[in-house]
Ligand binder design. Structure first.
Ligand code: SF4
Length: 754
C-alpha cells in the first residue's frame, strides 16, 4: 500500500512510470497496517496534451531522450528517495557497526529479521539493510555501507542477480556473501546463520588490510574519473527538464502553414497522403466538435495514421491524449469514469481497434462504457507499410498478401457488425466518405454518437470505410470492373473512393447494419443534456483528502476489532501458531478469527496463508505470528511453533516437525485418536468435526467449534469478543455461534495431555 502511494507520487513528480515489484509471499501476507492520517493530493497534470513518444524529427528524439535521462539523474539525487531506499535493522550495537550487513528485499527481508536475531543470539555480529528501491539503485549508499561494515551478505529471492548488482556498486574488493533461493521455498533461519558463520571465518585481519588499501585506491581513481567530462552531444540540454517535448517537435519542422476556417483547429497542414480518407474525416470531426463549444472534449490518438490528430486541434479547445497501440478505448473508458461531463472520443484505425486493441474494444462494448469510437477502417496498416489487417477483404492486395488475401493462409476478415448485438453498444453506424451526402451522413452519425455518449446509452461507434491510397493497390480485376463502368481506376487517387467500398464486409446490407436510433437534432439534445447537468450541479468528484478520510472511516468500521486496542500489554511473549487442514474446512476463516481475537492482546500480527491449487481436498495452512515487536519473520521455523492446530490427520503426519518441544497440538480427532503416551508435546484431542455434524447438524461449522476450543485455551482471548467476531465475520452467524459455544464447552471438559 505504501509503495503504491509512493510510486504514484514519484511518477507524477518526475513524469516517469513507477513499478512495484513484489513476491507471492508478500502478496498473500496479511498484517496490521497503520494508515497514515492524511495524504497529500497529487499535483494536477499541467498540459492539456498528453504526448509520450514518436519524437522522430532530427535531434528532437535525442534531446527528448536526454531530457528523460536528466530527469532520472535528478531522481538519483533526490534526498527523499535516498532516505526511502534502504531500511536499516540492527546495523549497530552500542555505536559499533555490525561486522556483516545482510542486504535483502521482499519476503527475504522479513526472513532476514529472524536471521539477524538468531545470529546475534549465537554471537555473530550481523545487521540488515532492506532494499526498498531497485531503480534508481542506491549505489552510493551501498558503497558507504561497504566501508562501514567488514563485509556484505546478500540474501535474495533470485539466482544471484542482486548479488551481481551489489558487486557492481561496491567493487570487487569488499567480500559479499550469498544465500540465493530462486523463488518457491524459503531458507530456514538456522541454515542462513550456519552459512554466515562460515562466511565470518574469512574476515581475517589480512583481508581487512587489503580492503582498506583497495578502497583508498578506488577513491583516488573515482576522483580522477570525476574530472573526465563525458561527451553527450549538442542536444544534451536542449529541452528544459520541466518542459514538454511537443513544442520542440513542432517548431521549425512544420514551417508551412495551412490556415483553416475552423476556429478549433490549428494551421498545421494535414500530413495524410493524397486521396486519404482521413483528411475528409478529420475535417468532419473538427466541424462537429466546433458546434459543441459548451463541452470539454478529449480525443484519444493511438498508434496509426490517426495519431496525427494531436497536431490538428488547438489544445485550448480539444485535449488530446496519445495512447499506446490498441489501448485507446481502455484509456478513454477510464477517463470518462472520472470526467463524465466531458466528451471522450477514441479515434482508431482497423489495425489498432480490430487487431491489436480488439480485446480492449470488445470489453469496452461488454462494459457499455459511455465513450464514442470513430473507427477508420481502410483494411490495412497504412502507417507501417500496408500490411494485412483483420479487415483486409478476401483476395485483396497488401504488403503481406501480395497475391491477395487467401482465407486458408491469412484467415477471413473480421466484421465488427457481428459483435454489436452486445447490450453495452448504444449506437452503431457505418459511413463512407465519397460524396457530400456521405460526408454529411458521417457528421450526423458522429453527432448522434456523441448524443448517445452523453445520454449514457453505452459505447457509440461510427465505423468509417476509407481508402489508403498510400499503401493499397487495386487488383487488376477491380481496375477492369471499374473500367467497364467508365471509371478510370488505375491511378491510386481516382480509385480510392470506389476502393473504400471494397473494405465493406460482403453482403448487400453491410452499410446499413445499425444499432440505436438517430435523433432529429443531436446538437439540440446535447445542449439540453448540458443544461440539465449545469442545473443539477455536475458530479465534480470528491476531493482527494475527503476521499481518503472516508476510506479510513470505512476501513476502521470494517476492521474495528483489529484496531480496537492501541496499547496492548507488552508482557506476553510472541505466539506462533500453525493451522492446517484441507480446502473447504475453513482453515483460513479460523485463522482470520484468531487474528481478530488476539489483536486486542498483541500490537502486531502476521498471517501467511498457503494452499495447494485445488479448491477442495487439497492442503491449506496458515502461519500466524502474534507479537508486540515491530519486526518479525512471518515464516514459521521448524521446531519453533507454539501451537499447531490440525484439522486433518495428514497435518499431524506431514507437518508435526513444526511444533517446538512442549508445544501444544490441538487435533480434531475425527479420523481416530492419536496415542497419548509417547507424545513429545502437549496434546488436546477434540471431536470438533463430529460435534459440528452431530450436535450442530452441519459439518462446515467444525472451524467455529475449534475457534471456541482455542478461545477457551489461549491466554488473553475475551469470549465476548470471540462471540462478536462470529456474529460479524462468519456466514450463518446463528448456527456458528452455537458451534462456538459447543467448542467452549468441549474445552471446559478436556484436559491437555503432557
Ligand atoms: S498511409 Fe494510408 S491511411 Fe496513412 S495517410 Fe497514407 S493513405 Fe492515409
Amino acid at each position: 500500500y505504501d509503495f503504491g502511494r509512493l510510486a504514484f507520487e514519484y511518477a507524477y513528480r518526475y513524469q516517469v512510470p513507477g513499478f512495484i515489484l513484489t513476491d507471492g509471499y508478500i502478496g498473500q501476507l496479511r498484517e496490521k497496517y497503520r494508515m497514515p492520517e492524511s495524504i497529500r493530493p497529487r499535483p494536477q497534470a499541467d498540459s492539456r496534451r498528453l504526448r509520450s513518444s514518436i519524437y522522430v524529427r532530427e535531434s528532437v528524439l535525442t534531446a527528448h531522450n536526454w531530457k528523460l535521462f536528466r530527469r532520472f539523474e535528478r531522481m538519483r539525487r533526490d534526498a527523499s528517495l535516498q532516505q526511502l531506499a534502504i531500511h536499516e535493522y540492527e546495523t549497530e550495537a552500542k555505536g559499533v557497526p555490525a561486522d556483516i550487513l545482510i542486504l535483502s528485499y521482499g519476503i527475504f527481508s522479513r526472513v532476514g529479521f529472524g536471521v539477524v536475531e538468531r545470529a546475534r543470539r549465537e554471537g555473530l555480529s550481523v545487521g540488515q539493510a532492506s532494499l526498498k528501491l531497485l531503480s534508481p539503485f542506491p549505489e552510493e549508499q551501498l558503497r558507504m555501507l561497504a566501508r562501514r561494515h567488514k563485509a556484505l551478505y546478500v540474501l535474495e529471492g533470485s539466482c544471484g542477480q542482486l548479488h551481481e548488482k551489489v558487486r557492481e556498486a561496491v567493487g570487487q574488493v569488499p567480500l559479499v556473501g550469498l544465500t540465493a533461493y530462486p523463488g518457491g521455498d524459503l531458507p530456514c533461519e538456522a541454515e542462513v546463520v550456519e552459512n554466515l558463520r562460515r562466511f565470518c571465518e574469512q574476515l581475517s585481519p589480512e583481508y581487512l588490510g587489503w580492503k582498506t588499501e583497495a578502497l583508498a585506491l578506488e577513491d583516488k581513481v573515482r576522483r580522477l574519473q570525476g574530472r573526465i567530462a563525458p561527451n553527450r552531444g549538442a542536444a544534451y540540454e536542449q529541452i528544459p527538464l520541466d518542459e514538454a517535448t511537443y513544442p520542440y517537435e513542432i517548431q521549425g519542422n512544420r514551417k508551412a502553414r495551412h490556415p483553416r476556417s475552423n476556429p478549433i483547429m490549428t494551421d498545421v497542414p494535414f500530413s495524410y497522403c493524397a486521396g486519404c480518407g482521413e483528411t475528409t474525416a478529420v475535417a468532419s470531426i473538427g466541424k462537429v466538435l466546433a458546434r459543441l463549444p459548451q463541452f470539454d472534449k478529449v480525443l484519444y490518438s493511438p498508434v496509426g495514421c490517426s495519431i496525427f490528430l494531436y497536431d490538428y486541434f488547438k489544445e485550448e479547445f480539444v485535449r488530446n491524449v496519445q495512447v499506446p497501440h490498441g489501448r485507446s478505448s481502455a484509456a478513454a473508458s477510464a477517463s470518462k469514469r472520472v470526467e463524465p461531463d466531458k466528451l471522450h472520443i477514441s479515434v482508431q484505425g482497423d489495425g489498432d481497434a480490430l487487431d491489436i486493441g480488439f480485446s480492449e474494444l470488445i470489453h469496452t462494448m461488454e462494459r457499455g462504457e459511455n465513450i464514442t469510437i470513430v473507427l477508420f477502417n481502410n483494411g490495412t496498416y497504412g502507417m507501417t507499410g500496408g500490411q494485412v489487417s483483420s479487415s483486409t477483404p478476401l483476395g485483396e492486395y497488401s504488403a503481406t498478401t501480395q497475391q491477395g488475401r487467401d482465407p486458408k493462409r491469412h484467415g477471413s476478415p473480421l466484421d465488427l457488425a457481428q459483435f454489436i448485438a452486445q447490450p453495452g453498444v448504444g449506437y452503431f453506424r457505418r459511413a463512407l466518405l465519397g460524396s457530400q451526402e456521405e460526408i454529411q451522413a458521417f457528421e450526423n452519425a458522429l453527432a448522434n454518437a456523441l448524443y448517445h455518449q452523453m445520454a449514457g446509452h453505452g459505447v457509440s461507434i461510427v465505423e468509417v470505410f476509407t481508402a489508403c491510397p498510400g499503401r493499397q493497390k487495386p487488383s487488376q480485376a477491380f481496375v477492369e470492373a471499374m473500367a467497364q463502368k467508365g471509371v478510370k481506376a488505375k491511378g491510386k487517387v481516382s480509385a480510392s473512393l470506389q476502393y473504400s467500398a471494397r473494405v465493406l464486409p460482403p453482403g448487400a446490407d453491410a452499410l446499413n447494419v445499425q444499432r440505436g436510433t438517430d435523433v432529429d437534432d443531436p446538437y439540440g439534445e446535447l445542449e439540453k443534456i448540458h443544461r440539465e447537468g449545469e442545473t443539477a450541479g455536475r458530479e465534480r468528484g470528491i476531493p482527494v483528502e475527503e476521499r481518503y478520510t472516508r476510506g479510513l472511516e470505512i476501513l476502521s468500521r470494517r476492521y474495528g476489532l483489529q484496531r480496537a486496542t492501541e496499547h496492548p500489554p507488552a508482557s506476553l511473549p510472541d505466539l506462533r501458531v500453525y493451522l492446517g487442514g484441507l480446502g473447504g474446512q475453513g482453515v483460513q476463516s479460523l485463522a482470520e478469527a484468531l487474528v481478530k481475537a488476539l489483536s486486542a492482546v498483541y500490537a502486531n500480527f502476521t498471517n501467511s496463508p498457503w494452499y495447494e491449487p485445488e479448491v477442495t481436498k487439497a492442503l491449506t495452512t496458515s502461519s500466524l505470528t502474534f507479537t508486540n515487536r515491530e519486526q518479525v519473520n512471518p515464516i514459521l521455523q521448524p521446531g519453533e511453533v507454539d501451537l499447531v492446530v490440525a484439522m486433518k490427520k495428514r497435518i499431524v503426519e506431514e507437518r508435526l516437525q513444526m511444533i517446538r518441544p512442549e508445544g501444544l497440538l490441538v487435533y480434531d480427532c475425527e479420523e481416530g485418536k492419536l496415542p497419548e503416551e509417547e507424545a513429545a508435546y502437549r496434546l488436546v484431542q477434540v471431536a470438533a468435526s463430529s460435534t459440528a455434524r452431530k450436535t450442530i447438524g452441519d459439518l462446515r461449522c467444525a472451524n467455529a467449534v475449534l475457534f471456541g476450543v482455542l478461545a477457551q485455551l489461549l491466554e488473553g482471548v475475551d469470549l465476548e469478543v470471540a462471540r462478536e467476531i462470529v456474529r460479524q465475520s462468519f456466514p450463518a452467524p446463528q448456527i456458528n455461534l452455537q458451534a462456538l459455544e459447543a467448542g467452549i464447552a468441549l474445552m471446559e471438559s478436556t484436559t491437555p495431555v503432557g
